[in-house]
Design a protein around this ligand. Structure first.
Ligand SMILES: Cc1cc2nc3c(=O)[nH]c(=O)nc-3n(C[C@H](O)[C@H](O)[C@H](O)COP(=O)(O)OP(=O)(O)OC[C@H]3O[C@@H](n4cnc5c(N)ncnc54)[C@H](O)[C@@H]3O)c2cc1C
Length: 293
């Protein structure tokens, strides 16, 4: 109980680094002039490669925020709901969401801090703007309260087998239910269905392999954890896109839809290959003597 709480807390620290990196990078890119884009603008925010990095940072930060808050909300439901069946279901979500929130949000904190530094160019590398400090600070969150490697093992070894393996089934059914009422959102619904199918397949394979395939699934556990997290973010972006489409005049809603499109077409699509990695035999790689590495 204590570790669930602490790990969600560290995940939220990682999320804080994501937000800090993203807000700083956007603010700087709107102000910094360098070169000229096709449109004639001299601001770096109008260079396609910089725009790509900013959209990537928003897509991960805003999607991860829903992952963390949803997991934390289930903590409250699991503790306080009057119906024991609802409390039990919420507890399943907490146990599944905890290693994902801890690892994904903290890995992203470090990745996005590095991306923010890239947006700043040389001005990020030197100390003046404090961006290199975010990179240094963000790494500890991947390490304490159980390294992210240990979170991935917790997911494949414990969470997939706990209570007859029903934790991932709850997630898969929820996403499937959401997809059924999302016909108008094929731009994300379609890659999300593909991702979900790959995730379900990998999950069943890992559950079937059990102890027999323990080395292979441990080798692929970080990829599996990332695939699961990205699928959860896809579920979040589908729900955010649906909410945003109700307010077409709002600039925030327009940004949500554009960011959902970025995530659907350029991030969510990596899930099937991550899932393939999750169960690939690793015996030949483990057979290499340590001295040969
Ligand atoms: C700044 C800071 C503050 C800290 N604060 C606290 C604190 O307040 N309270 C506290 O209790 N601890 C604290 N820690 C300790 C922290 O929790 C540990 O550093 C962390 O759990 C990792 O343990 P380790 O450093 O011994 O690394 P190791 O366990 O040696 O890990 C090294 C690498 O091996 C991997 N690894 C280890 N075992 C396995 C395995 N079985 N399977 C696969 N991979 C494995 C790890 O994932 C990692 O990549 C703090 C550490 C730091 C740096």
């Amino acid at each position: 109980v204590m570790m669930n709480f602490a790990r969600i807390g560290v995940g939220i620290q990682g999320l804080g680094q994501c937000e800090l990196a993203t807000q700083n990078a956007i603010r700087y890119a709107r102000d910094r002039k360098q070169g000229k884009s096709e449109s004639g603008s001299e601001l770096i925010v109008d260079h396609p490669d910089v725009r790509r990095m900013l959209l990537h940072m928003k897509a991960i930060t805003e999607g991860a925020r829903v992952l963390a808050y949803e997991t934390a909300t289930y903590v409250d439901i699991a503790r306080n709901h009057p119906d024991p069946a609802v409390r039990e279901e919420a507890q399943d979500w907490v146990e599944l969401g905890t290693p994902l929130t801890k690892s994904f949000c903290t890995d992203s904190g470090f990745d996005l801090a590095s991306m923010a530094l890239q947006v700043y160019g040389g001005h990020g590398y030197v100390q003046e703007h404090g961006i290199e400090q975010i990179v240094r600070d963000a790494k500890i969150f991947c390490i304490y309260e159980g390294t992210n490697g240990i979170q991935a093992l917790d997911l494949v070894r414990r969470k997939l087998t706990l209570r007859e393996g029903r934790l991932p089934s709850r997630f898969i059914s929820a996403v499937r239910g959401e997809l059924e009422s999302s016909e108008d959102f094929g731009f994300i619904g379609s890659p999300l269905s593909t991702a979900l199918e790959a995730l379900e397949h990998a999950t069943t394979e890992i559950q079937k392999l059990g102890l027999q395939g323990a080395t292979d699934t441990a080798f692929g556990s970080a990829d599996y954890l990332r695939a699961f997290s990205l699928t959860w973010l896809g579920y979040n972006w589908l729900r955010m896109a649906k909410a945003a489409s109700k307010q077409p005049q709002s600039l925030m809603a327009q940004a949500k839809l554009a960011t959902a499109k970025y995530f659907a077409s350029r991030v969510l699509t990596s899930v099937p290959s991550l899932c393939a990695n999750a169960t690939i035999p690793a015996a030949s790689l483990m057979a290499l003597p340590a001295e040969a590495l």
